[in-house]
Design a protein around this ligand. Sequence first.
Ligand SMILES: [Zn+2]
Length: 276
Amino acid sequence: MPELPEVETTVRDLRPRVVGRSFRQVDIQVPRMVRAPSPEGLRQELPGRLVQALERRGKYILFRLDRGALVVHLMMGGALMWAAPEGASGPAERARAKHTRLAFLLDDGSELWLVNPRTLGGVWLVESAEQVVGRLGPEPLSDEFTPLYFAARLKGRTSPIKPLLLSQEVVAGVGNIYADEALFLAEIRPQRPADELTPQEVRRLHSAVRAALERGIRHRGTSLGDFLDPFGGAGTHQNQLSVFRRQGQPCPRCGSVIVKEQFRGRGTHYCPSCQR
Ligand SMILES: [Zn+2]
């Protein structure tokens, strides 16, 4: 977390606030979160650059600049929050959200706060965003992600299906929540080896990945941890979950009890009756 739907919600909300603005200053509280260039390099290089577009790629937030790109990843939790211009008070005087690790001051006096409790997130200022996101698989909601492509990428893979969904290389943007939800929708056990899925199951999973993510976006993301939208509001998708963190509760499809197992280091939720 946050995964594709949470990042998409953030980007859609922020876009009208930041496109056309330029960066004035950056305040770095946790220097190691600056992955490229150095913290001092970011401080010197970012001011004056203009945001031409704001996009999402996988779980990354991309600021396309007049020169290069600023890339942000929240990793294990947090939010990119927007704070309205606040009169004459400078950035140092403003009370920021708790766990703000980097603050970007824009030319209209508004601020972007990178709120990241565990400080595992990162920012990159690079010549091309592809330097950071170039290895990602296709966007799951794009035309590039077809059932044929998906089948070809799963063919011959002996790995269980869930870690492949999480790998970001077969498809971008899926994390633990939406992998468990998609596998539930497709009636497939997370532990099944990928190359043992039937063509029909692969097609079902392809649609299920899209459906799970679209539902997440429609409900403005899942706020089970510390995800908030840029204005501090919570998503509501946590109320729509079928299996994720619903262990011990009845399966919405068949009524059996949902189980949670540790699988390859991730809490994995599924219905042992109707997921096969
Ligand atoms: Zn069931």
